[in-house]
Ligand binder design. Structure first.
Ligand SMILES: Cc1cc2nc3c(=O)[nH]c(=O)nc-3n(C[C@H](O)[C@H](O)[C@H](O)COP(=O)(O)OP(=O)(O)OC[C@H]3O[C@@H](n4cnc5c(N)ncnc54)[C@H](O)[C@@H]3O)c2cc1C
Length: 440
């Protein structure tokens, strides 16, 4: 697993190569009375892909991708990493919006939502699932589309791995070209001003721009002044996804308003952009990541963000934040199971360390960083970053109405809750389909 904190022992690991094998394993697990976990990229921070004494369906041998450029569609096997998808689509000048670290698995990311550089331009990864081949917990293999198993497809767009094993995604693609990328670094003393500039810029930016921020301990890099080395700093980054000729003028207002102590200016391909963060979160280290949505980024919030940054314990830890909205909020709420589209900001405290003796302290830092902003939490949670079980479990994540619909779909597709070692949606006690019966 990516996160070394989760040291668990499944009863069996089944490395499947196709849907038929997944089907056999599911039938076997049912007959043996064993629970099942599903592993795609193995990046779930809470380690949901692995559990003691269960059957793990490992999809990491199923990483094929094919692209139909004229239809702007990709089909990707359920064990793909984001880099597999990007490597196949970028040569066609196309991309599916996905996360920002290319060794993350497509499966978990897409089924739970999928924020990334293209989300403000085109929406979340789950918004791009147009069809899916799914092996249901009873072993049958179905294709979920808008017309067949439409409720299942709705649930796969944000409801996580609760309903079956997705062995193939069909994903909608969009054109992408070179990306204009600018980063500025600020000493913590200047961070409050820089955050005010970020807020003004980000809340008014065009959908072709995505601006993000990160607090981290500065490392020795040629573009960062030496006096900041080893100290907590703020980095602001803007990526321009429109016509490259317009990039400079689009980004300049951010750094004119708050002049950074050092800056890095690059133009890169989309695949390069996707791989930029790959080195900073390697597999085998220890992680605890908590996240929340924030309603605003005013001076009082900025002050507490800076306090959280000055408390960073491990030189590997990081706090990320980003203004969302754009196309994320343009997708109608009823089109997918994904909750929380209207959230303005996302804020993530990622503790990252090596020494197991530091586990408790590092997790406490992450929890404290999120709790310090609790009066500005927007509400809801992003399912892919749930670390501590919320009070009402997945009901907190989805809200009561959406959860009820998901629970009815769960009852239909996984009535015995075979897939329960996840951010679980328990089957509704009785079948209560909220829309017309479909497909099956
Ligand atoms: C380094 C890093 C960077 C990240 N960056 C982003 C980001 O930019 N944007 C973002 O939105 N999230 C991001 N995340 C969070 C990420 O979305 C989740 O960690 C997600 O669970 C990873 O998916 P995976 O396939 O790698 O996980 P796994 O641990 O393999 O799977 C997680 C769960 O997803 C389900 N699942 C996975 N594949 C399937 C499948 N084919 N069929 C059925 N169920 C399946 C299962 O329930 C499984 O337990 C990041 C995480 C990490 C560790």
């Amino acid at each position: 697993m990516w996160n070394a904190v989760h040291d668990r022992r499944p009863a069996l690991i089944a490395r499947c190569v196709n849907a038929a094998e997944v089907s056999s394993v599911l039938r076997y697990a049912r007959s043996a009375g064993l629970g099942v976990t599903v592993r795609a990229g193995g990046h779930n921070v809470a380690g949901k892909a692995v559990s003691d004494d269960t059957v793990m369906i490992d999809l990491s041998l199923m990483r094929g991708v094919s692209v139909d450029p004229s239809a702007r569609l990709a089909t990707a096997q359920g064990g793909c990493l984001l880099r597999d998808l990007d490597a196949a689509t970028t040569p066609h000048g196309l991309a599916c919006p996905a996360g920002v670290v290319s060794h993350t698995g497509l499966g978990g990311l897409a089924l739970g939502g999928g924020y990334g550089w293209l989300a403000r331009r085109w929406g979340l990864t789950c918004d791009h699932i147009v069809a899916a081949e799914v092996v249901l917990p009873d072993g049958s293999i179905v294709e979920a589309t808008d017309s067949e198993h439409g409720e299942l497809l709705w649930a796969l767009r944000g409801g996580g791995g609760n309903f079956g094993v997705v062995t193939r995604f069909t994903l909608r693609l969009h054109p992408v070209g070179p990306v204009v990328h600018r980063t500025g670094v600020y000493a913590l003393d200047d961070a409050a001003d820089a955050l005010a500039a970020y807020r003004e810029f980000a809340e008014n930016q065009s959908a072709d721009l995505h601006a993000v921020g990160a607090f981290k301990i500065a490392s020795n890099q040629y573009w960062i002044p030496a006096k900041l080395n080893g100290r907590p700093v703020l980095q602001l980054t803007a990526a321009w996804l429109g016509d490259p000729d317009g990039g400079d003028s689009a980004i300049r207002p951010l750094f004119d308003r708050a002049a950074p102590a050092g800056r890095l200016e690059r133009v890169m391909s989309y695949a390069e952009l996707q791989a930029l963060g790959d080195h900073s979160e390697p597999a085998g280290h220890r992680y605890f990541t908590k996240t929340c949505y924030l309603s605003e980024l005013g001076p009082a919030v900025a002050e507490r963000m800076v306090a959280n940054a000055s408390d960073i314990r491990s030189p590997l830890s990081c706090i990320d934040f980003e203004y969302l909205r754009g196309a994320i909020i343009d997708v109608p709420e009823e089109d997918s199971a994904f909750p929380g589209r209207a959230a303005p900001y996302m804020y993530t405290a990622s503790a990252h360390w090596l020494d197991p003796d530091q586990d408790d302290e590092e997790a406490a830092w992450s929890r404290r960083s999120i709790a310090r902003l609790s009066d500005r939490h927007y509400g809801g949670s992003y399912v892919n970053y749930v670390q501590d079980q919320p009070t009402l479990g997945s009901i907190d994540v989805y809200g009561a109405g959406r959860y009820r619909r998901l629970a009815a779909i769960k009852r239909r597709y996984d009535p015995d809750n075979l897939l329960r070692h996840n951010q679980n949606i328990a089957p509704a006690p009785e079948a209560r389909m909220t829309t017309e019966e479909d497909g099956r």
